[in-house]
Ligand binder design. Structure first.
Ligand SMILES: *[C@@H]1O[C@H](CO)[C@@H](O)[C@H](O)[C@H]1NC(C)=O
Ligand SMILES: *[C@@H]1O[C@H](CO)[C@@H](O)[C@H](O)[C@H]1NC(C)=O
Ligand SMILES: *[C@@H]1O[C@H](CO)[C@@H](O)[C@H](O)[C@H]1NC(C)=O
Ligand SMILES: *[C@@H]1O[C@H](CO)[C@@H](O)[C@H](O)[C@H]1NC(C)=O
Ligand SMILES: *[C@@H]1O[C@H](CO)[C@@H](O)[C@H](O)[C@H]1NC(C)=O
Ligand SMILES: *[C@@H]1O[C@H](CO)[C@@H](O)[C@H](O)[C@H]1NC(C)=O
Ligand SMILES: *[C@@H]1O[C@H](CO)[C@@H](O)[C@H](O)[C@H]1NC(C)=O
Length: 405
């Protein structure tokens, strides 16, 4: 609770915003539509040439990693550590006794799901689902580009796992709705193919309000500028609901939104069934010893309490929380009071997961696998939040063992 004295709510989101602003210098929006921490829509057009260079490096790293993995792999799943008793039947995967279905949910983006290069594939997503199904029964996706919705639903079908998904649509405020429309059509087609058995809802928006306010030099999500952004997002939310009702699906899917913890607009919340909030003790410079309690407290005060005052009473979830284990550079290895280590990831898991389950908090842990392309693009700790390395080997941690509701 000392953290509360040092970190007023305003400081918390400023820290988060500052981290975001740093990133936005490096990217143009197309590379970031689908990803967790990388979710900025930069305001000025960034350097496309630099981006292409970064993509080339990313592809080179990806290819190198893929080669390294496949040469070491003893299974048919292209670098995976998951064994199948029948190589042709993904539902026959062998369970790993170190894993437990202790997590309410996991935040997930299949590797290679960013335009323009994409590069994801069913084999890789099947391996991910085989592993994640041993940790949780729920996933949330951030967007729908690169066919990721169909890949995830197909992988759930082939693995025959008990996995339900919040699908995602990641709109951009300044592209005349091109990103929203494109992803809506991908979602439509995937729902027509796979139905709704494994789908819970559709999240429209990923840090849309954060980005809109940053772009327009405003800070109050419920101020005049915030309400302008909210009107844009609400138009997409309305369109998503009418798209869904036009599909004659066998069940009504919920529609929600996801944003940074201090960026929820009440007009958006009044239009959704649920809100998902990014709550990151690391970016708020909270020590590992205070991290779990800070997360619970921040979420209760800034998200659950305000939502409960709205007449539609939207259900609130933690969209992302976690702890990094490594930094590419010494300067980012510490957030101030704590360092990025596997020992501290273990402490966060041990103090957050089962306690949040017991408290009835719905959260999507960030994240399962390290994301090397973020190392290339952002450096620092960005690529190192996984419980597993990117080669799908478990880090030196013990997965908590408790029941998730
Ligand atoms: C499948 O996707 C993974 C993750 O992007 C990649 O490492 C792997 O090389 C891909 N496999 C094929 C056959 O393209
Ligand atoms: C599947 O998971 C849900 C929670 O997401 C749980 O309620 C249900 O009982 C599970 N079904 C089976 C067959 O385990
Ligand atoms: C999308 O993924 C599904 C499931 O693997 C596959 O059947 C379909 O052909 C894919 N579509 C495209 C355009 O790649
Ligand atoms: C942290 O990482 C970012 C991105 O790589 C870099 O720009 C910054 O200089 C680093 N900060 C420190 C204190 O080293
Ligand atoms: C958080 O800690 C980092 C590393 O010590 C520091 O660079 C940054 O300024 C701190 N953030 C705030 C808002 O003080
Ligand atoms: C769970 O609830 C207790 C009691 O309100 C609180 O102290 C704790 O921080 C909560 N923990 C989590 C992880 O939600
Ligand atoms: C996976 O990656 C980690 C971290 O780079 C490394 O220590 C480990 O040896 C790798 N495992 C395999 C099977 O390649």
């Amino acid at each position: 609770m000392e953290a509360d004295n040092e970190w007023k709510p305003d400081n918390r989101w400023q820290e988060k915003a500052a981290a975001k602003g740093r990133r936005s210098k490096w990217i143009v929006s197309r590379a970031c539509w689908l990803v967790g921490l990388c979710s900025d829509r930069p305001q000025a057009i960034g350097s496309v040439i630099a981006l292409i260079g970064l993509i080339a490096v990313g592809v080179a790293v990806g290819v190198t990693l893929a080669k390294k993995n496949s040469s070491k792999s003893s299974s048919s799943t292209g670098g995976s550590t998951v064994k199948q008793t029948d190589p042709n039947d993904p539902s026959t995967f062998v369970k790993d006794s170190r894993l437990h279905q202790s997590f309410y949910g996991l935040a997930y983006t299949p590797a290679g799901s960013q335009l323009p290069d994409c590069g994801n594939n069913l084999t890789d997503v099947i391996t991910d689902i085989q592993i994640m199904s041993q940790l949780t029964t729920r996933l949330r996706l951030y967007g729908a580009d690169c066919n990721q919705t169909a890949l995830v639903l197909e992988a759930i079908k082939q693995t025959k796992t008990n996995m339900s998904v919040y699908l995602g649509n990641y709109p951009i405020a300044t592209d005349s709705n091109a990103a929203y429309d494109r992803q809506r059509d991908e979602l439509k087609s995937a729902l027509q193919t796979y139905g709704t058995d494994n789908v819970i809802g559709i999240t429209v928006g990923n840090e849309f309000m954060l980005n809109y306010l940053n772009a327009n030099s405003a800070t109050d999500p419920n101020g005049a500028v915030g309400n302008q952004g909210a009107a844009l997002l609400n138009a997409d939310i309305t369109d998503m609901r009418s798209t869904l009702s036009g599909l004659s699906l066998s069940k009504t899917l919920t529609v929600g939104t996801s944003d940074a913890g201090s960026y929820f607009n009440n007009e958006v919340l009044a239009a959704v069934d649920y809100g998902m909030s990014n709550v990151h003790p690391w970016f708020a410079n909270v020590s590992i010893d205070d991290a779990a309690a800070w997360t619970a407290d921040f979420f209760a005060q800034n998200n659950v309490a305000p939502a409960a005052q709205l007449s539609n009473n939207p259900k609130m979830f933690i969209a992302e929380t976690g702890w990094p284990t490594h930094s590419l550079d010494a300067g980012n290895e510490s957030n101030g009071p704590s360092t990025a280590t596997e020992e501290n990831l273990q402490k966060f898991l041990d103090t957050f997961v089962c306690q949040a389950n017991a408290n009835g908090t719905g959260y999507f842990y960030f994240e399962t696998f390290d994301e090397p392309w973020k190392d290339v693009q952002f450096g620092g700790v960005e690529g190192s939040w996984g419980m597993f390395y990117s080669n799908k080997t478990l880090k030196g941690i013990t997965i908590p063992d408790c029941v998730s509701s």
